[in-house]
Design a protein around this ligand. Structure first.
Ligand code: MTE
Length: 319
């Protein structure tokens, strides 16, 4: 299928296996090497002031409940190795992403809610308590990073939104800025980028909305000024640059599910024992550390989230 071959995740099986990841010879390793070469400290220092983000302080106390159990990824990798298809299907979109205006920014909340509202990000930030969380992030492509996010629990947004009892899902849409985002011209993708969670998932204490990264406002390439963070699911669930949150009685068809539902489903919970149709998910490559480690079920967040799925039978929960 044509669309499948446009997909940046279409990496050959041989390059996606743990062995290839470890060998340093796979495409992913080459991408890593390319990233490293553009990440010479002087070049990165020169580039850093150009990073565009929502203005304002973004440091907050660390929530000690969530310990990542591994070293934080050096910021230079997280800033420059990104998935953001609105800007293109390669990893090096960070410079291009600086063209996205992050201010003013507002989010429209509608659907099955007590009242529809559009709320400016500055007003929203006055109504929540910011904290820092050190979270693992596991991409479906079998790479991983560990990130200090600043933000607030998604359930704080639910409280502001006041969903009706009939709402079963919360759906997130990314901005479509045709001037800044050349990827939107790729008409075979089902824009806008859409993600969704059940209300129970969204209310779970681990689900988070990030507005900061490394104690600074969230950079454009990482989903600034506000993005979803659901670390027990593959990274594609964590939609960036959210402008629309809608509540629905029916399950949405999410972006990657629409592109290829046989490979990327609605639930997308991390599980090392359920391979992607074309590669193993047993291990993950730690960006910036040049090594692989075993992947954990629910990316290690099972103690908080596994109970969400005990009553769900007969569905593909791990893809
Ligand atoms: N959100 C939007 N709007 N567009 C995207 O292409 N990519 C997803 C997710 N959110 C994506 C997105 C994927 S596949 C991953 S792994 C993470 O963003 C990457 O986040 P990062 O670039 O901050 O590491």
């Amino acid at each position: 299928m044509f669309i499948r071959h446009r997909h940046g995740w279409e990496i050959p099986e041989a390059n996606a296996t743990p062995e290839a990841l470890g060998s340093g010879l796979g495409r992913r390793a080459l991408l890593g090497a390319a990233a490293a070469s553009i990440l010479a400290p002087a070049a990165f220092a020169a580039a850093t002031p150009a990073l565009q983000s929502f203005p304002g302080p973004m440091s907050a106390p660390v929530n000690p409940l969530y310990t990542p159990g591994r070293a934080i990824t050096p910021a230079k990798y997280v800033y420059t190795y990104n998935n953001y298809y609105e800007f293109g299907s390669e990893k090096d979109i960070w410079e291009q992403a600086q063209a996205l205006p992050l201010k003013p920014w507002s989010i429209t909340i509608d659907g099955l809610v007590a009242r529809k509202q559009t709320i400016g990000l500055e007003d929203l930030l006055k109504r929540v308590t910011l904290e820092e969380r050190l979270y693992r992030h596991r991409c479906v492509e079998a790479w991983a990073i560990t990130i200090p996010w600043t933000g607030f629990p998604l359930n704080a947004l639910l409280a502001i939104a006041e969903p009706l009892a009939s709402a079963k899902y919360v759906v997130f849409h990314t901005i479509e800025d045709r001037k800044a985002m050349p990827g939107l011209r790729e008409v075979w993708y089902p824009w806008p980028y859409t993600e969704g969670l059940t209300i129970a998932e969204a209310a779970n204490q681990v689900a988070f909305l990030a507005t900061g990264l490394y104690g600074k406002p969230l950079t454009a390439q990482n989903g600034g000024p506000i993005r979803l963070v659901v670390p027990w699911k593959y990274g594609f669930k964590s939609a960036k640059a959210i402008v629309h949150v809608t509540f629905s009685a029916t399950r949405p068809v999410t972006f990657w599910e629409a592109v290829d539902g046989s490979e990327y489903g609605f639930w997308a919970n991390v599980n090392p024992d359920v391979p992607h149709p074309r590669w193993s998910q047993a291990r993950e490559r730690l960006i910036g550390f040049d090594r692989t480690v075993p992947t954990q079920i629910y990316n290690g967040y099972g103690e908080w989230v596994a109970s969400l799925y005990t009553d769900i039978k007969g569905q593909q929960l791990f893809r």
